[in-house]
Design a protein around this ligand. Sequence first.
Ligand code: IMP
Ligand code: MG
Length: 195
Amino acid sequence: MSFGRVTGGDNGTLDGRLERILFDQAAIRERIAGMGARITEDYGGGDLTIVAVLQGGVLFLADLIREIRLPLRMDSISVASYHGGTASSGTVTFHQSRLPDVEGRDVLVLDDILDSGRTLGAILERLRAECRPRSLRSAVLLSKRVERAVPIEADYLGFEIGDEFVVGYGLDYRGEYRNLPMIGVLKREWIDDRG
Ligand code: IMP
Ligand code: MG
């Protein structure tokens, strides 16, 4: 049995597929520490539930909750708004019928990135209408500086970026690259324009 390289190409590294790094691991860590400190101040004494949007929000969730020095609960919600490409499809599909049990609680929804606003907009609307939280806010690691289809801004923001497609730290292209510890832009050769 061999534990050598299974597949070749791209000089062997996933990072080698990036054309540009926007935020490295240290920058992300520092920013999330700042966000966690603010959230800790804002929510002292509450009954906080963090609801992560799967799957992109998972890394953000894991790092952010360790910077929040308060008792809290964790839950998740699974949606898809991209269907394989690099542009939002315009529809938000909920993958589960069970919504988080957060009645009377302070809810903070986490997502990786705010783009058209459809995903976060749909989630906040459903939680507000069906879950009766005491309060409802949102936190995103990234926000694209674009005109939103649904006018919404997050209450807590990591970084603002331009209108470009990014991967890493939870963000995927066709299901991959979520495990990159940094956030960056893929080289053109790794993006399939055929659809
Ligand atoms: P929105 O509904 O257009 O605001 O898009 C939000 C969702 O689309 C996020 O939860 C991401 O999953 C995905 N998304 C938006 N922009 C990017 C990107 O640049 N890279 C990877 N995923 C993205
Ligand atoms: Mg996503």
